[in-house]
Design a protein around this ligand. Sequence first.
Ligand SMILES: [Zn+2]
Length: 176
Amino acid sequence: MSIEDVFPKQAGMTRKIFKAKDTVAAAGYRFDDLVSMTSFSIKKMYAALRVDFPKVQWRRMVCNNLGSPKWTFHLTLVAHRSLYTRDRLAKWGMTNDTSCPLCDAADETIEHLFFLCNFSSQLWKKLLTGQHIQRHVMGCNQELYWAIRKAKANTYIMVLVGCVYQDWQDRNLRVF
Ligand SMILES: [Zn+2]
C-alpha cells in the first residue's frame, strides 16, 4: 500500500510542492532565500524565469494594430518570411513554376509580391493617395521599414497590414 492509496489528496499536493521546488530553483531562488523572505513577488519570479528576447522592429505593426487579427498574424508571417511563396516551394522541389501568379512577369518572392508586383503596387499606390501620401512605391522591406520609422498615424499601419493581407488573398484566388 502506497501513500497515494491512504492519502490521495496529500500525495498529489506533495507532488505539486516538489514540482514547484524545481521551478523556484530554476528561477534562481535557494531554499535559504525563501525561508528568509518576508514577501514574495510572482512578477519578479516570472521575470527571472522568462528568457529575454530582443524586441523585433516590426512589433509596432502587430501590437495595438486596429485591423483584424488575421491581418496582423499574416504580417507576422511576412516579416518572418514564412509564407509559402513559389520561390520557397521551388527550393524544396515542390514546384517548377516560380512565376508570380498576379503579374506573371517576375519570380514570386515576398519582396516582389508585396508592393513591387504591378498588381499590388497599383493597389498600394491608390491607398497611399487616399491617405494624401505622395511618394513612389517601394519593396516589401523598405515599405515595412518606412512604416516602422516614419508613419505617424496608426491608421497608416492598419491600411498597410490590410493591403498586404489583401494581396495574399488575391494571389491565393489566382493560384487555387
Ligand atoms: Zn507580380
